[in-house]
Design a protein. Sequence first.
Length: 330
Amino acid sequence: MGPGDLKEILQHLPQIKDADVLVGLDSSDDAGVVLLNDEVAIVQTVDYITPICDDPYLYGQIAAANALSDIYAMGAKPFTALNLCNFPPKSISKETLAKILQGGLEKLNESGAKLIGGHTIKDEELKYGLAVTGLVNPQKIITNSGAKIGDKVILTKPLGTGMSVEAYKKNNITYEVFHNILSVMARLNKKASEIMLKYQVHACTDITGFALVGHSLNIAEKSKVTIQFEVSKLPIYPAALTEFKKGNKTGVSKAISNTYESKIHFSDNVPDYYKEVFFDPQTSGGLLICVDEKDSAKLLIELLANGITASVCGAILEKRDYPLIALMNC
Ligand code: CO
Ligand code: CO
Ligand code: CO
């Protein structure tokens, strides 16, 4: 099942018409938002993933960072969380499960969210993640729909996690290299989100399973604009780029490119291996921030000063034939 099928299925669910639902099912945004009162809106999201590494503690950390990320993409603060865990009791020991949950809890503590419960169920395949509730000032919600012509586009983590996971499985990269990538995946988008809130940010999303192409398309379509990427400016893990250059692809990227390739126009000088970067599904990827042009340099400098691997990699244009355009250099 590809991302297009999911959209199709969701279309058949009844639409909720409720003035207090500020961001609902129909919006394809990062999280749902409902108004509690004039000062506070509740932001809710759920994400869980299968293991992407052998280290249970690190897997728990990454799953939690990935689940918390949608709260940060909306400009909200995590408040409470619930664990979700499907586990195979025959192949996963209690000790391993405990380490996964400890890893998740460590990230929750870092986020400031309180773990208040959870649910576990037996399953053939291990899966772990969280349902997270955040709080936001209803005037300050950052959605996918506010990008403005002239905005600069900033990405706050390198791309290529999908390719890196695959490359490690095939022994194409060392554990040392892979571990460095995993530790970036375990990093919260907390600091990046807090920093962006100081500037005139018009739209934001986080890059996860639908790859750069799918998540940026949400912003382009909801904001009724075209996003122009400068391919040479995209942050990419060097090890992943090497794999792309070898012509390697991930299992999932084909479904993603089938769904989205008609939405993106690549200029003739963009090599095929760079196109694959757009179709590489991310786990716990960075924030894609659309910021007012006059604030973009200041935002970038503050992100970099805080050790965040960010770059200005695109701009918002008026709506063209294609919602997404990728040039090698602008
Ligand atoms: Co998201
Ligand atoms: Co999500
Ligand atoms: Co959003």
